[in-house]
Design a protein around this ligand. Structure first.
Ligand SMILES: [Zn+2]
Length: 376
C-alpha cells in the first residue's frame, strides 16, 4: 500500500463547503490568523494539505430581511475577497479548474466562492450574473429556508419543487458556467433540477440518508441519479448528518436549544442588531459538547457507502467547517484531513482512488460546467 500521508500530500485536496466568511465579516478575523476556536485557517489548511476551499457566502434569513439579502451577500463576498488582497503571496482567487491547478503549482491556497441560499439573488437573474462576475462559481439553490422559487429540505414546501422562474435560474447558471448545488434542496427540487440542468450538478455538503436519516442527506436513489448526471456528492462532516445516535440526541435537545436561540435573538433585537453567527453557534457548540463526539468511523462509512452505490468518480469532501458546531472524533480542523485518506486507504482504496475523492472529481465537474458555457 502506498503511504497515505504521501498520497494525501501529493493530491490536490478541495473542500466543497466552509462557512468561514462569517468570521471574516463579523469577527474581523483573518484567514492567516491563528484558529481561535475555528475549524479552518491558512495554517491548518497547510498542515492538512488542503489546497482549495469553496467559501460559503451565506445570508442567515432569520436575521437579515429577505429584501436585504443582496447587501449581506455583497459584504460577505467583499470580506472574503479582501482576504486574498491582504495575503496575495499565500492566497489566490480561483475562477476555474485551471486556476486551481495554477494556484497549486505556485504553492498558493485556492480561494473559491459559492453562494449558499438562492434568496441571495433576490429573484433577479441580473444579481445572479453579477455574483458570477465577482467570482461566484456555485450556488446552493436553497438554505434551510424555501425561497420564492425553490423548496428547501428544511422548510415547508411552497412550490412543490422549482417554480418556472426557478427553472430559469438553473438554465441561467448553466449558461454562465456556475455550478448548481443541491445541498439543502427538497427532494422534489432536487428532481426538478436534474430534469432541467444540461450539465453535472454538485451536492457541496450532504451525506447519505440511508445511513443517517437527516432530510439534508441524499437517498440512495438520489445519489445514483447524481452519478448518472456525472455530478458529485461531497460528504458533510456534521455529526447530525453522519451518526444516527448523535442525530437523535441532537433532536432531543431541540426545544431547549431553541429557547436559548430565541433569547439571544431578543437580546440583539433590543439593540437593533442581527445575531452574528458566532453568537448562535456558541449555543450549538455547548449542546454538541454535552452529547460528545460522533465516531470518526461514521464519517468514513458515508464516504464508503456513496462510493459503493455511485462509484469512485462521484464523491468528494464537503466538510461544512465553521458552519457546524462540532466535527466527528479526531477532526478538529483542516489539519486533520489526512486522517480521512489514511482511513479510506486502510479500507482498500488506492492512491488513484484518493486523488479522485480528494479533488479530481470536483475538478472534472467544474470543468464540464465551464465548458457548457459556450454551448448553452
Ligand atoms: Zn449548509
Amino acid at each position: 500500500m502506498a503511504d497515505p500521508a504521501k498520497v494525501h500530500a501529493e493530491a490536490i485536496v478541495i473542500d466543497g463547503h466552509a462557512d468561514t466568511p462569517q468570521r471574516f465579516l463579523d469577527e474581523s478575523w483573518n484567514f492567516t490568523d491563528a484558529l481561535h476556536g475555528g475549524m479552518l485557517s491558512y495554517d491548518s489548511a497547510i498542515e492538512g494539505s488542503l489546497n482549495a476551499q469553496f467559501f460559503a457566502i451565506w445570508v442567515d434569513p432569520h436575521h437579515h430581511p429577505a429584501e436585504h439579502s443582496a447587501r449581506r451577500t455583497l459584504e460577505l463576498l467583499d470580506a472574503t475577497l479582501e482576504q486574498v488582497q491582504r495575503a496575495p503571496d499565500k492566497l489566490a482567487l480561483c475562477l476555474s479548474a485551471d486556476d486551481i491547478l495554477a494556484a497549486h503549482r505556485q504553492g498558493k491556497f485556492a480561494v473559491l466562492l459559492g453562494i449558499e441560499g438562492g434568496h441571495s439573488i433576490e429573484n433577479s437573474l441580473g444579481l445572479l450574473r453579477n455574483y458570477y462576475r465577482l467570482g461566484v462559481r456555485y450556488m446552493t439553490l436553497t438554505w434551510s429556508n424555501s425561497n420564492d422559487w425553490a423548496d428547501s429540505s428544511g422548510d415547508k414546501p411552497r412550490h412543490n419543487g422549482l417554480t418556472s422562474f426557478g427553472r430559469d435560474v438553473i438554465r441561467e447558471m448553466n449558461r454562465l458556467g456556475m455550478m448548481i448545488d443541491v445541498s439543502h434542496a427538497s427532494d422534489k427540487t432536487f428532481w426538478d433540477v436534474l430534469e432541467t440542468t444540461s450539465v453535472p450538478i454538485i451536492a457541496s455538503h450532504s451525506s447519505a440518508r440511508s445511513i443517517t436519516a437527516a432530510p439534508r442527506n441524499l437517498t440512495d436513489e438520489m445519489i445514483r441519479a447524481v452519478a448518472k448526471n456525472n455530478g458529485i456528492v461531497m460528504v458533510n462532516f456534521y455529526p447530525a448528518f453522519i451518526d444516527e445516535q448523535w442525530r437523535a440526541a441532537w433532536n432531543a435537545s431541540r426545544a431547549e436549544r431553541q429557547r436559548e436561540h430565541d433569547a439571544l435573538q431578543a437580546e440583539y433585537k433590543a439593540q437593533g442588531q442581527p445575531v452574528p453567527f458566532f453568537a448562535s453557534n456558541r449555543i450549538d457548540k455547548k449542546y454538541a459538547e454535552r452529547i460528545g463526539r460522533a465516531p470518526f468511523e461514521a464519517l468514513i462509512q458515508h464516504f464508503h457507502h456513496i462510493i459503493q452505490i455511485a462509484g469512485i468518480e462521484h464523491v468528494g469532501i464537503g466538510t461544512d467547517f465553521d458552519g457546524i458546531p462540532q466535527a466527528p472524533d479526531g477532526i478538529d480542523s483542516a489539519a486533520d484531513l489526512p486522517k480521512i485518506t489514511a482511513a479510506l486507504m486502510q479500507r482498500g482504496y488506492t492512491a488513484a482512488d484518493m486523488h479522485r475523492i480528494l479533488g479530481q472529481n470536483l475538478l472534472r465537474v467544474l470543468r464540464e460546467v465551464e465548458q457548457s458555457k459556450s454551448k448553452a
